[in-house]
Design a protein around this ligand. Sequence first.
Ligand SMILES: NC(=O)c1ccc[n+]([C@@H]2O[C@H](COP(=O)([O-])OP(=O)(O)OC[C@H]3O[C@@H](n4cnc5c(N)ncnc54)[C@H](OP(=O)(O)O)[C@@H]3O)[C@@H](O)[C@H]2O)c1
Length: 266
Amino acid sequence: MTTTTRPLAIVTGASGGIGREIALALATRGYDLLLIARNASGLARTAEAAGAAGARSHCLPLDLSGPADAIRANLQAALDADGRVPAVLVNNAGFGIAGRFDRIDPAAIDGQIAVDIAALTILTRAVLPAMVAAGRGRVLNLASTAAFVPGPGLAVYYAAKAYVVSLGRALAVEMAGTGVTVTTLCPGPTRTGFAERAGMAGSRLFSGNPGLMTAGQVARIGLEATFAGRPLVVPGRANRLGAILSRLAPPQLAARMVKRLHPDQS
Ligand SMILES: NC(=O)c1ccc[n+]([C@@H]2O[C@H](COP(=O)([O-])OP(=O)(O)OC[C@H]3O[C@@H](n4cnc5c(N)ncnc54)[C@H](OP(=O)(O)O)[C@@H]3O)[C@@H](O)[C@H]2O)c1
């Protein structure tokens, strides 16, 4: 059981990229951390850097594409051992796999749905009751500007992020008046390990794109919106403009334009 006045934040996908930067920014804001991802050494590196900002971290190496019961049980065991009601949950873990839908490894599709949709939903449902009972809490979910259009060439990922936006907007309204806020962060292309994992490092979205944001910029903007209780934030002026235009375009036209960004790579 932890005896400290520091509040606890949970961050998934904290072994690198945007999740690591969010974790470090939360450490600077005075939070202790429960860090979740598969890569234990990546988590340990984040924990060490957070320690320099005064945070105590517990690393929970966990595959979020695993069974729901295992995710719930691992989270509950970590929270029981800690004893604190989490003040912040950041559902950041996520990935995409580029290619035409019928040619992508079915297991890779299952994995995207499990991590990008199911785990985010499971973890949010797991922490919200205690946050509501405490009368305070912040949930930050990572979506993407991909949420606003259909995404041929990365179809499951775009659809998954549309789910995250829809869920987040609904929960933000459901939670009104409880002291709990739900914020959805929709970055555009950001310099992390995402593009390489997706098999799209050569895509025009990433290769030679002077508008790429850094993970630190995205984390800072996401946390500012979270602590302001905003329901949704798109970081960067160009991304905000793109998000507005993509919602004005007829969906099939938008889909054909996105297809040019994601040529069939399988
Ligand atoms: N980079 C972009 O251009 C961009 C744009 C919009 C939205 N986003 C979103 O931002 C979030 C963070 O991505 P990123 O850009 O920081 O990419 P990243 O550098 O690849 O980081 C992804 C994180 O998710 C974790 N993760 C992936 N699969 C997992 C699994 N099965 N179980 C547990 N953790 C898992 C990874 O940890 P392990 O590998 O250690 O498990 C890693 O910490 C994602 O939700 C992504 O969709 C990214």
